[in-house]
Design a protein around this ligand. Sequence first.
Ligand code: GLU
Ligand code: ZN
Length: 468
Amino acid sequence: MKIITRFAPSPTGYLHIGNIRTALYSWLFARKNKGHFILRIENTDFKRSKKIFVQNIIKTLQWLNIDWDKGPYFQSKRIHVYNNIINNMLYNGTAYKCYCSKEELEKNKQKQILNGEKIKYNGKCRNNNLNFNSKIPYSVRFRIPKNKFITFKDTIRGKITFNNDELDDFIIKRTDGIPTYNFCVVIDDSDMKITHVIRGEEHINNTPKQIHIINAIGVNTPIYTHVSIITDELGKKISKRDHNLNIFKYKENGYLPNALLNYILRLGWSYGNKEIFSLEEMKKLFNLENLNKSPSILNITKLNWLNKYYLSKLSKNDMINYLKNFCNKKNINTNNGPKLKNLYKIFYNRCNTLNEISNLCFIFYKNPDYNNNDLTKKYLNINTQIILKIFLKKLNDIKKWSLENINYIFKKILSELNINFKKVAMTLRVAITGLKNTPPINNIIYLMGKKKIIYHIKNAINFIKFNI
Ligand code: GLU
Ligand code: ZN
């Protein structure tokens, strides 16, 4: 049997980590078993579905190198397929038309709430004559069979049983003529010969409905795997509405695709104590047996750790290309300063993301910003200007521009002024970079070059003059 899996997002929001985890697991499972992976866009909710989210789905998968063998299929293009089947179901009685008005259904709901009953459709139209036709708008409901239970096996959770009393005759086609998710998903999974459905735990309650439809139309039941929820660090379930979890935000912040995939892989799946997985290893080792039942918690520290690891493995060329892109995006011209290839080495092992690295690289291409009042008040003032002045004088005296000579100047200033190293270093750091934290300032001074350092120090001295 050829394994066929699918990723079936609804384009109603930006993809977040939870979506990508389902995509990743479905993709890996197909790849491991030499099967197929299908991309399907579930956009029958016309009001909430947006083109921009479809683009986001495609771009995100491409960025992460999750490739699909077929698709993207769009449910909006298959409405006639669904409606044909619904017509058959109306004909054979596995579904029926419901003419209840919105108001009527609402009234019924309020009554049930008042009586403390479970909210469900009261079955009013269930026994309408099959031939009953009216001009009034109608929805189509699935006729839940009278047998008592429905059971399915979930790979992670084992047997799950639902009492049919808990289910009502749910709508499979809305009054606007558009079929609903629970219906379309079954038809598509069957038409696309999906063997394994891997999706979020929030769909467990939909599964009995889908199996009822499967039974009614007589197609195969896929194997279900419902992966556990992901929560933020405070234990709150993550949601599409939280735009910070949009995968593209991670890209913008300088996370590498493989680091993110590795991180997401481990949110709910483990393989002994192994933490680092190359793409090849993921495809070889992934299985459904090792999925966890308990919720997974986002852990940014771990993502940062992984990203740092993957950054350290980047080739020099790749790193420089990434950094160039970041600089271009922020309109930083890297031509008037040291070459990026000489810079990144002093930065990358202290940074978690490309964004952090590029922010440090910017020091070399733009003037320091003295607008951080606390920092400038503390370090650029009448007491520290002597440090800057002496430093400037000694710089002018240097014959050879070398790290040793710069270190020598530091030593001289410490002994002449009898102050501690931190004060000298911080004053120069703020004067040259405008930042509180940077790599060792002597390295920066050396890389930046004599001319630019003199320029910054003079500016800092002027700044002090005009601000007292
Ligand atoms: N469109 C559904 C979602 O976005 C897919 C559910 C499924 O995989 O069956 O959650
Ligand atoms: Zn009705």
